[in-house]
Ligand binder design. Structure first.
Ligand SMILES: Cc1cc2nc3c(=O)[nH]c(=O)nc-3n(C[C@H](O)[C@H](O)[C@H](O)COP(=O)(O)OP(=O)(O)OC[C@H]3O[C@@H](n4cnc5c(N)ncnc54)[C@H](O)[C@@H]3O)c2cc1C
Ligand code: HEM
Length: 403
């Protein structure tokens, strides 16, 4: 890009940001009108709830804002790249998005959109698209060269469906082609895609793998999402609970994500989960105990009450057979029986656990709702724990900027 192009970008970013909602609304409307097939790729729930429709266009603007030093955005490119590869997004899709984004910029800027300004935006988008699709090409390559690796969508059969709590059900997923699967890294997620007859669309969602790495199957554990309005229930989670049964087939992409347990980690581990956020941590715990990790592991879990406490029996069994694993459980509502079993009342509070940071190398993994992650992160920092030792996963577009 020329210096003049960079200058033109810098001058127009504030106008586009000011009109951010107009830009993104325009962009998605345009894209879904001209390329309706992309509705199968995007989360139409996110589009409705307004949570994420700005993510793509806003990320482009954030990049443009840093056009003088785009490298500051590299860590974000890796996270988005994992999400994109998990949705099978390929270089040709960047062409379509770029075309609609440029047309939307023209429409928002109106007469101010001179040919030089549009050229500059074209060059900036191209640069970002090459950076991102180049990184994604490396991620696809890594997936391909893994033993049993694959990229894109692959059909899997539900081998077993198991109720884990009043709200969470597990699905054990085996490839229909009879092949094996690559071992995931504990903490990773995969995308599940299924056809929704009511929408006449395919829809995909991410689910953390809750089983320990193995070459036979992946287990995901899905919480039935009730909408805040009674008529707005979660599309895929309810579909999986109600209509996907043993023997049915759904499509999966390869494990992705960088919320992961380092290989051969030899440090104490603290796993902190809220509600269904326990799924990636179950994979970590089962993997660690399966490998005879001898360092202390502390499992902290908070949920509303015993009826929604998934994997309780399995966790009790793991703690009773591994002397290095301790668990502390918090229920919002406790019964005398819960108290007798050592459950604490109220929201998960790390300050009530004395032996949490006995070793400076301890790694902390948090997963749960955004407000939960934020609270645990702040409480850990208040105890003097370095933020570089704290890792977290949000079950939605990453909006938190904590470390
Ligand atoms: C990395 C990652 C890992 C994840 N791991 C897991 C996991 O292990 N287990 C798990 O259960 N989930 C997990 N999730 C969340 C999962 O991907 C889905 O977001 C979740 O299942 C909800 O999807 P859905 O289709 O049921 O709901 P959607 O239809 O996508 O709706 C999402 C929420 O918005 C509400 N909503 C939708 N439309 C409206 C509307 N018009 N008005 C008001 N509210 C509305 C819904 O009721 C619901 O609560 C993970 C997400 C990510 C990103
Ligand atoms: C330079 C171009 C792009 C940028 C800057 C960008 C940015 C982003 C960001 C920030 C997210 C959210 C990540 C998260 O969940 O934390 C995201 C998710 C996503 N992106 Fe992109 N993206 C680009 C190109 C594309 C293309 C070409 C496609 C496909 C046509 C695409 C499809 C998606 C989808 C489907 C999601 C998941 C969210 C959803 O389903 O609504 N993106 N992208």
């Amino acid at each position: 890009m020329t210096d003049e192009q960079k200058r033109l970008i810098t001058v127009t970013v504030p106008v586009l940001k000011e009109n951010g909602v107009l830009l993104t609304t325009h962009f998605y409307k345009r894209m879904f009108t001209h390329n309706p097939e992309l509705k199968n790729m995007f989360n139409m729930g996110n589009q409705q709830s307004g949570k994420q429709q700005t993510a793509l266009a806003m990320a482009v603007l954030a990049y443009a804002e840093n056009i003088a030093n785009p490298m500051v955005l590299l860590p974000v490119v890796d996270r988005i790249g994992h999400k994109h590869t998990s949705l099978d997004i390929r270089p040709e899709h960047y062409m379509i998005v770029g075309n609609h984004l440029l047309e939307s910029i023209k429409e928002v800027l109106g007469e101010a959109a001179t040919p030089a300004i549009i050229d500059a935006w074209g060059a900036a988008y191209q640069q970002l698209a090459s950076l991102m699709s180049g990184h994604e090409a490396k991620l696809y390559e890594k997936q391909t060269i893994k033993t049993n690796g694959w990229t894109g969508w692959r059909p899997f059969k539900v081998g077993k469906k198991n109720i884990e709590s009043a709200e969470i059900t597990s699905f054990y997923l085996y490839p229909t082609d009879g092949g094996h699967v690559p071992m995931h890294i504990p903490g990773q997620y995969l995308s599940v895609r299924t056809f929704l007859p009511d929408l006449n669309l395919n829809q995909a969602r991410q689910y953390s793998i809750s089983s320990a790495p193995n070459e036979e199957y992946y287990r995901i554990s899905v919480k039935r999402e009730k909408g805040q309005n009674l008529d707005a229930n979660g599309l895929i989670s309810n579909y999986l609970h109600d209509f996907v049964n043993e023997g049915d087939v759904i499509d999966l992409t390869s494990p992705a994500g960088n919320f992961i347990l380092a290989e051969n980690i030899a440090a104490p581990i603290v796993l902190i989960s809220g509600g269904v956020g326990l799924t990636p941590l179950m994979s970590m715990l089962q993997s660690l105990t399966g490998k005879n990790h001898t360092q202390p592991i502390t499992w902290l879990h908070g949920c509303r009450n015993k009826s929604v406490h998934a994997f309780k029996d399995q966790l009790d069994q793991i703690t009773s057979t591994n002397s290095n694993v301790k668990q502390h459980t918090f229920y919002n509502v406790v019964t005398p029986e819960d108290i007798a079993n050592g459950v604490m009342e109220g929201h998960l509070d790390i300050s009530s656990i004395l032996e949490l940071h006995q070793h400076p190398d301890t790694n902390y993994f948090i997963c749960g709702p955004s407000a939960f992650i934020q609270k645990q992160f702040q409480d850990l920092q208040a105890q003097g724990i370095n933020k570089n030792a704290i890792f977290f996963e949000e079950f939605g577009p990453q909006l938190l900027q904590l470390n």
